[in-house]
Structure formats: structure tokens, C-alpha cells
Design a protein around this ligand. Structure first.
Ligand code: DNO
Length: 397
């Protein structure tokens, strides 16, 4: 598998040299400064490519786009969407013209990945990301005051949420809001509570079926272009894979993935297998990887430990609820299948997804989850698994 690393661009605290030191060769990045819905021009794409390749001794290249964002209007199915579809298609064509052929995106309305705690302490002082069911409920019911929210939370969770809220200072509440909003790195739309209420109101009628309809329309509008240009689109699963704040989420389970992949049955319509996102729900991640293996174009490897009340914490890459050795084995088998079938680009790009804050990471201004040492540790561990599985089984790395 190709070892890649997410980089948020020249302003990222993590530098390209660090990626080389971690041992990755592929860069995963996006043009975060371009507003959602606007075309990524060839000039802007080439500029980023040149930044990545500026120091040839690093041996880096732009491997995967993460993400080419889908405008909210498309998810809402609002107005004349043809210009937005065309802009997306043009960005696909421009990326392909620049030789970038794997594009990750998501179809989560309003919020991308969501956590309540970005600095949960681990023994020894490392820090990780957590989703606490009670703080999520406190935000939903007592801060957002979302109509009908109470009924959607377990009574015990709700009681703890109330206790948290009653004790919380204004700072605690502001901190929780900031944590919940942190899943939108470089995004243009950050919401405060009134802003979030307003956008949630716009999504009111968009239930699961409507969102699926809007998604299929989008796929039908863009997948043929991707296919023509040799581009692989790879939808990222919902994180966590459950509805949030009354918003439907439709990329959460094996059933959802089957629906999406069958709706437009083209190899260009594929998946980012995010082990941590799928693993935070009632999913068997290894079985999902096996079932949809030929449509997996990009992989995020990380692990979570789930708790009975719906909370979860991000775990060491090889610990947590998903068996990483089994998962890597499934992926290496798929690579072999591709190689044997004569596919030129048979190596699947993967990146260590998130990492703890460890050692010099602590307090450094990296994007939440995108530390240096923590990710380096995750990548090194996964590289070890890959190498060992390959040695033992004869599958190509
Ligand atoms: C979180 C990431 C996601 C991902 C997008 C892809 O760390 O995995 O934010 O980049 O959902 O569109």
C-alpha cells in the first residue's frame, strides 16, 4: 500500500520534511482556501503540486485529494444545481489534467467529523480525541435547545448531560462548541449556536430518503466525468456513523455503502475505507473491507474503543475494536488481485488517520488529530504490520 500523509498546505504546522521523516511518500491535501462550490483551477492545482515537489530530495508527490467538498446546496437539493455540478466536474477534469486521480469527499450535511473532547488525557500524558455521549447530549438539548432532541437521548445520558450543563461555565460551553466545530479544517462555514440553528432549520425536511435522492443525483451528474478522466471518487464514511443534531447521515453502514455503490455501478464511484469512522458504529470493518474491496480507492487506518452509552475514544492504531492485522490482510489481498488483473495502479494509498498528541506534539498548533509524533507512531506500527503480513503470506506490500 502506498504510505501517505495528510497535509493541510503551506500554513500547516506540520512541514513536508516531517512527512519525509515519517517515511511517507504520498501527500494527501486539498485547496482549503477555495470556497465550497468554486472550481479548482489548473493554476491553483499546479501551484500546490509544485509546493509539494519543490524539494526533490523529499521524494513527495500529491497522491490523493482530501477533500473536494460538496456544496451544502447539493445536499439540500436546492435550486438550479447544474452550475454546481458543472463546477465539480470541472475540478475533476482539472485535477485529472494535472495527474491527480484519486478524490476523497464526503456527503455529511453541515458537519464533518465530530468530537466533544480534543485533548482527552491518556496515561502518561498523551492526548486523544473523544466523543462523549453526555456532552454531545448537553450541547444538543441544553445549548442548541433543538426541538425534540430530548427524546433522542438515553435517559441516563441525559441526566449526566444535565449535571454537566448545570455545572458548566460559559468557558466550558464555548470550549464544547469549538470542539464540535473543529471537524471542519479550513472550512469556510463555522457556526455559532444561532448559525447552527439556522442551517439545521434549512435541513429540516431532508430525511434519509431525500438525502439519498440528492446524493444519487449528484453521483449521476459527476461520476461519468470521473470515469472519462480516469478519476476514482472515494466517499468518506460519516464520522461518527449516526445521525447528529437531527441531520440524516447516509454513509454509515454496509447497507448504505451497498446502496451508494449500486446506485451508480461504476469503478469511478468508490469508497474511502475509514476504519475509525465505520468502527465507531455497529459495523464489522473487516467484513466491510472484504465485501467492497474492489471499490476501495483510499484507506484511513485508525482505531476506536466504543463504550456502551455511545461514547468512544480514539485508541492506539493497533488496539481498539478493529483487528488491524486482519484489516491490512484484506487490503493486501485486494492489492494482489489488482496486480494480477494487470491494473497499473494496483497499490492502494492509505494514511495513518489521526494520531495521539505525544511528546513534542502536546500543545503544538497542529490540526486536531493531525499531530506529528502520534501519526508517525501510527504509520510506523501499520508499516510493521504490512511488512510482517506480506513476509508471512507472500502478498505484495
Ligand atoms: C477527519 C477526516 C475527515 C475527512 C472528510 C473527507 O479527520 O477523515 O474530515 O477528511 O470527511 O471528506
Amino acid at each position: 500500500m502506498e504510505q501517505t500523509w495528510r497535509w493541510f498546505g503551506p500554513d500547516d504546522y506540520v512541514k513536508l520534511a516531517h512527512i519525509r521523516q515519517a517515511g511517507a511518500s504520498g501527500v494527501v491535501t486539498a485547496l482549503h482556501h477555495i470556497p465550497y462550490g468554486v472550481v479548482w483551477s489548473v493554476e491553483e492545482i499546479e501551484k500546490r503540486k509544485a509546493e509539494i515537489a519543490a524539494d526533490p530530495s523529499l521524494g513527495l508527490h500529491w497522491s490523493v485529494v482530501e477533500s473536494l467538498p460538496v456544496a451544502e446546496a447539493i445536499k439540500l437539493g436546492e435550486g438550479d444545481l447544474e452550475p454546481l455540478y458543472e463546477n465539480y466536474r470541472q475540478s475533476i477534469r482539472n485535477l485529472a489534467a494535472c495527474g491527480i486521480k484519486t478524490i476523497c469527499y464526503n456527503f455529511m450535511p453541515v458537519l464533518d467529523w465530530t468530537r466533544t473532547d480534543l485533548t482527552a488525557e491518556m496515561p502518561g500524558g498523551g492526548r486523544t480525541l473523544r466523543f462523549n455521549a453526555d456532552q454531545y447530549a448537553a450541547f444538543d438539548v441544553y445549548m442548541l435547545e433543538r426541538e425534540g432532541a430530548e427524546a433522542e437521548h438515553d435517559p441516563e445520558v441525559l441526566a449526566r448531560a444535565k449535571a454537566w450543563f448545570d455545572k458548566a461555565s460559559e468557558d466550558d460551553k464555548a470550549h464544547l462548541l469549538a470542539n464540535i466545530m473543529s471537524g471542519l479544517p479550513g472550512a469556510f462555514d463555522r457556526y455559532d449556536v444561532p448559525g447552527l440553528r439556522a442551517i439545521l432549520a434549512r435541513f429540516k425536511g431532508i430525511d434519509r430518503d431525500r438525502l439519498r435522492e440528492n446524493y444519487v443525483k449528484f453521483l449521476k451528474a459527476v461520476v461519468p466525468t470521473a470515469e472519462d478522466c480516469g478519476v476514482r471518487l472515494a466517499v468518506h464514511p460519516d464520522d461518527p456513523p449516526r445521525p447528529l443534531f437531527g441531520l440524516a447521515r447516509i454513509v454509515s453502514s454496509a447497507e448504505d455503502l451497498a446502496f451508494i455503490l449500486d446506485a451508480v455501478p461504476s469503478p469511478a464511484n468508490g469508497v474511502t475505507l475509514c476504519a475509525g469512522s465505520l468502527g465507531a458504529g455497529k459495523n464489522d470493518v473487516v467484513a466491510i473491507a472484504d465485501r467492497f474491496s474492489d471499490r476501495i480507492h483510499f484507506v484511513h487506518l485508525r482505531n476506536v474503543k466504543k463504550e456502551p452509552d455511545g461514547s468512544f475514544g480514539e485508541a492506539e492504531h493497533l488496539e481498539g475494536d478493529t483487528d488491524m492485522v486482519k484489516l491490512v490482510t484484506v487490503l493486501l489481498k485486494e492489492q494482489k488481485r489488482r496486480r494480477d488483473a494487470g491494473e497499473a495502479e494496483w497499490r492502494i494509498p492509505f494514511r495513518p488517520d489521526h494520531g495521539f498528541e505525544l511528546l513534542g506534539d502536546i500543545g503544538a498548533p497542529a490540526h486536531p488529530g493531525y499531530s506529528i509524533v502520534g501519526r508517525l507512531k501510527g504509520l510506523a506500527e501499520i508499516r510493521g504490520v504490512m511488512t510482517a503480513v506480506s513476509e508471512i503470506s507472500g502478498l505484495p506490500v
